[in-house]
Ligand binder design. Structure first.
Ligand code: FPP
Ligand code: K
Length: 514
C-alpha cells in the first residue's frame, strides 16, 4: 500500500530542521520520532542509533529529550501509530497542533522548567495574579463582552478558589454589581437594563454561592425566579434560555442547577404555558428531552438532531445527575456504551487533552466540559458506595488522567509574566480557560464517590442526589504531579468548591418556602 507522497526524511542522526511529514506515518513500526525545537524528525530505531542517541552532547535538544525520556511515556512524545490518510483542512490543522504541542510535552521548550515527572509545576502565583487582574478595570475592548460580565467574575472567583485563594474581599463588589441587574420579573440579565437570561443567571448564582453569606444569598428573589423559570419551561420538557429565546442543553442544565441550589419547588407555576394536568413539574419531560439529544455518535448536541459537542455532554450528564442517582438515571435515559465510545474518542494522543467534537482540535477548556463527564460516568458504572461496599467497587480510571494532567501542565500554562491558562500553546490565556482548565486538573487529581442515600423516597421529591458526592485523593494510579500542585476539589455537578453547593442548598432549605 503506497501512502507516501513525499520521500521520507530517514536516517538522520542530527536534529534536522524538517518538520514531521505526513508520509512518515507509514514507517511508524520501524521508526521513532525524536523531538527537536524546530520540529520532529524520524529516526530509524536500531542499536547503532541508540548508541549514537546516548552520545549526543549534553545540552542539545536531543540530549534533553533523552534525559526526560524515562519519565515521559512515548505515547506523549511520538506521533500517533494509527491514522487515516485523507488530507483535509481538518487533518492539516490537527498535524499542526501536534507539532505545536510536542516540544511542550517532551519538555524541550525553551525556558520551561520541568519537574521529576517531566512536567512543569503549576505556576500558581502567576495564575492567581492573572485572575485578580481580570477582576480589575478591563480594557475598552471588553465593552463588547458586557452581556458576559457575570461569567467573567464567576470564572475568576471560581479559578481563584480552585487554587486555594481567599475571595471574601470581593463579596461587597459582587453584591453591588449583581443587585441592580436582577429583573423584578425574575432572573438576572448580563448587565444593567438587560433581559433575564439563564446563562448569566447561572453564573451569578454560582458567584453568590462562592462569596457566600446571608447578605449575598438574600439578593436572589427566589419567588420571582421560580415564576420566570416557569415561563422558560417548554411543553417538550426543555427550557428556553430567555423568554422567547432559544431552547438548548445549556437551558436544561442551568435551570436544574438553579432549582436545586435555591431549593425551589419542583411544581410548575400554573400560569406556565407548559403546564397541563400531565405536565405539572419542572422535571416533566426533561430527562426524556435530554435523551433525545444523544446523537448517533454517542455524545450530546445542543438540541435534538444536531452535532455532538463536549459542552452539551457535560450539561446533559449534569442535568441528569441532579434529577437522580447517576447509576439509576444515566442508564435509564442514555445509551451508556455509545457515550463511553464517543467520550473516549475525545482524548487525543500525543496531546493528552480533549477535543470538543469529532475531527476538531484539543482545547484546554474541554479538560472540564469533557473531563467533567468522567466522574459522573464513573459513578454510573461503579454504582454507589455505602459503608458496606466502600472501596470494593472502585476500578481504575477509564480515561488517561496522566494524559490530561500532562496536557494541562505542559501545554495550557502561560509561562510568561502574564500567567493564566489557555486553550493550547498558540492561544492567549483568559479567565474562561483558566477556570475550566483548573477544573479539569482538579477532577483528574481526585476521585469522586457517589454515596447511597439513607432515604430513597426523599431524593426523588427533593432532588437530593447531587448532594451525595464526596472526594478522595486518587490512589489507584501513579501520581505524575508534585503534591504542591494539587488544587482544591470542585463539586462534580455544580463546578464550585466542594461544600459550597451543600451550604447554599442548606441555607435555602432551612427557610422553608419563599
Ligand atoms: C463550539 O465552539 C462550542 C459549542 C458549540 C458550545 C460551547 C458551549 C460551552 C463551552 C458552554 C455551555 C455550558 C453552559 C453551562 C452555559 P468552537 O467551534 O469554537 O470550538 P470547537 O472547535 O472546539 O468545537
Ligand atoms: K475553540
Amino acid at each position: 500500500v503506497i501512502f507516501n507522497k513525499r520521500k521520507m526524511n530517514s536516517n538522520s542522526s542530527s536534529a534536522s530542521s524538517s518538520n514531521f511529514d505526513r508520509a512518515s506515518y507509514t514507517e511508524q513500526q520501524q521508526t521513532q520520532v525524536l523531538p527537536s525545537r524546530s520540529g520532529f524528525v524520524i529516526e530509524e530505531v536500531n542499536s547503532e542509533n541508540e548508541a549514537e542517541f546516548g552520545s549526543v552532547a549534553s545540552g542539545s535538544p536531543i540530549a534533553m529529550a533523552a534525559a526526560t525520556e524515562s519519565m515521559i511515556p512515548n505515547l506523549f512524545t511520538t506521533l500517533p501509530p494509527i491514522r487515516d490518510f485523507l488530507d483535509t483542512g481538518s487533518s492539516q490543522i490537527q498535524d499542526q497542533t501536534i507539532q505545536e504541542c510536542l516540544p511542550f510535552l517532551a519538555g524541550i521548550e525553551e525556558d520551561v522548567k520541568t519537574n521529576a515527572y517531566g512536567v512543569p509545576n503549576l505556576d500558581r502565583k502567576r495564575h492567581i495574579h492573572f485572575l485578580h487582574k481580570t477582576l480589575a478595570r478591563l480594557p475598552a475592548g471588553y465593552v463588547a463582552a458586557d452581556a458576559s460580565r457575570p461569567w467573567m467574575f464567576y470564572w475568576a472567583l471560581n479559578g481563584l478558589r480552585t487554587m486555594g485563594e481567599e475571595i471574601s474581599d470581593y463579596r461587597e463588589r459582587v453584591i453591588s454589581t449583581i443587585s441592580p441587574i436582577q429583573n423584578s420579573t425574575g432572573g438576572f440579565g448580563g448587565g444593567n437594563g438587560q433581559a433575564s437570561h439563564l446563562a448569566p443567571t447561572y453564573a451569578i448564582i454560582l458567584s453568590l454561592a462562592l462569596v457566600g453569606g446571608k447578605e449575598a444569598l438574600e439578593v436572589i428573589d427566589r419567588k420571582a425566579m421560580w415564576k420566570w423559570l416557569g415561563a422558560l419551561k417548554q411543553k417538550d420538557g426543555s427550557f428556553q434560555m430567555s423568554v422567547g429565546g432559544e431552547v438548548d442543553m445549556r437551558g436544561a442544565y442551568c435551570a436544574t442547577v438553579i432549582i436545586s441550589l435555591l431549593d425551589l419547588p419542583l411544581e410548575l407555576p400554573k400560569d406556565s404555558s407548559a403546564w397541563s394536568p400531565e405536565h405539572t413539574s419542572f422535571l416533566s419531560g426533561l430527562p426524556e428531552w435530554v435523551a433525545r439529544c444523544q446523537t448517533f455518535e454517542g455524545g450530546f448536541s445542543s438540541r435534538p438532531d444536531a452535532e455532538a459537542h463536549g459542552a452539551y455532554a457535560f450539561c446533559a450528564l449534569g442535568c441528569l445527575c441532579i434529577i437522580g442517582d447517576p447509576h439509576v438515571v444515566i442508564p435509564k435515559y442514555l445509551d451508556v456504551p455509545r457515550l463511553i465510545s464517543w467520550l473516549s474518542a475525545r482524548q487525543y494522543a500525543p496531546e493528552g487533552g480533549f477535543s470538543g467534537r469529532t475531527n476538531k482540535l484539543v482545547d484546554g477548556c474541554y479538560s472540564h466540559w469533557v473531563g467533567g463527564c468522567w466522574p459522573l460516568l464513573e459513578a454510573c458504572l461503579e454504582g454507589p458506595s455505602s459503608p458496606t461496599t466502600s472501596n470494593t467497587n472502585l476500578s481504575n480510571s477509564i480515561y488517561s488522567r496522566e494524559g490530561l494532567i500532562r496536557y494541562i501542565l505542559c501545554c495550557c500554562q502561560d509561562q510568561s509574566k502574564r500567567g493564566g491558562l489557555r486553550d493550547k500553546p498558540s492561544h492567549s490565556s483568559d479567565s474562561y480557560h483558566t477556570c475550566y482548565v483548573l477544573a479539569g486538573l482538579s477532577s483528574a487529581q481526585h476521585k469522586w464517590r457517589f454515596n447511597l442515600s439513607e432515604s430513597k423516597s426523599e431524593q426523588v421529591e427533593n432532588l437530593t442526589s447531587a448532594y451525595q458526592w464526596t472526594s478522595e485523593v486518587m490512589t489507584e494510579e501513579p501520581q505524575i504531579f508534585d503534591e504542591e500542585d494539587r488544587v482544591k476539589t470542585l463539586h462534580p455537578v455544580f463546578v464550585i468548591p466542594e461544600g459550597v453547593a451543600e451550604e447554599t442548598r442548606a441555607y435555602f432549605a432551612s427557610k422553608g418556602g419563599f
